[in-house]
Design a protein around this ligand. Structure first.
Ligand code: HEM
Ligand code: HEM
Length: 187
């Protein structure tokens, strides 16, 4: 391997796709953890409901909560208001598109030679964690879509499990790549 070959990093297009993915996934995680359809719909005064409110007041709070939940569950991306759930769907579709385009582009554009700063064992780890990340970039949004399309909460553990697996793969990815000599290949 020549020095030029060993130090050559990724193409500008691959860098752009990589950092766009990092940005979209980070935003998506932030939105995901703030998505609590039920709690987000608790109207003011809900904490007093139960013994402390009259029946009429209780009905009014329930109606407000039902209205809010109905609109939160309505994923009409192009319709009037744009809520957090719709933002989660839009970002998820973006990540899914990037998750499909990236491996295809990787096949076309090819990969730079291995960095000489990675041992044989680290190269194997890099190889498998990149594969896991690429698979999970498709599985995580798909599990979210299944959850929404079926409307069945039984699918939630799959969506949660998939994004936790993503964190594990990401931690391994960072354990090999968060070093200046490696990082600069992607900058
Ligand atoms: C990269 C893609 C995605 C990531 C990283 C992601 C991440 C997350 C996270 C972190 C949560 C919160 C889980 C928790 O509280 O432990 C969540 C919940 C959820 N996600 Fe996603 N998600 C993605 C794509 C999608 C897509 C495409 C949909 C389809 C609309 C979706 C639908 C949902 C739903 C319905 C919930 C549960 C909300 C609730 O009932 O509280 N997700 N997601
Ligand atoms: C959403 C999170 C991430 C995903 C899905 C991801 C995925 C990938 C993939 C698939 C590659 C292989 C090259 C390619 O096919 O484009 C790669 C390379 C790389 N990633 Fe990430 N990555 C993520 C986050 C990060 C972060 C946060 C950093 C550092 C701060 C990072 C640093 C690198 C570096 C330096 C390389 C090049 C390694 C080399 O071959 O020398 N990645 N990443």
């Amino acid at each position: 391997m020549t020095t030029t070959g060993a130090t050559r990093g990724y193409r500008a297009s691959q860098k752009l796709l990589h950092w766009m993915t990092v940005l979209a996934v980070s935003a998506q995680l932030a939105v995901g953890y703030n998505l609590d359809l039920d709690d987000g719909c608790d109207p003011t005064g809900e904490d007093r409901s139960g013994g402390d409110t009259t029946d009429a007041e209780e009905d009014r709070l329930d109606r407000l909560e039902d209205l809010c939940e109905a609109s939160a569950a309505d994923y009409d991306l192009l319709g009037g208001s744009f809520d957090l759930a719709e933002l989660h769907l839009a970002l998820g579709l973006t990540v899914l598109a990037l998750g499909v385009v990236r491996p295809l582009w990787r096949k076309v554009a090819g990969l730079p030679p291995w960095s000489e700063h990675l041992s044989e064992g680290q190269r194997r780890l890099v190889h498998w964690t990149e594969r896991a990340l690429m698979v999970l970039l498709v599985v995580v949004p798909l599990s979210g879509l299944v959850l929404v399309v079926t409307g069945d909460d039984a699918w939630l553990p799959l969506h949660i499990g998939a994004h936790v697996a993503f964190f594990v793969a990401l931690a391994a990815h960072l354990s090999t790549n968060l070093r200046p000599v490696i990082l600069r290949r992607m900058l």
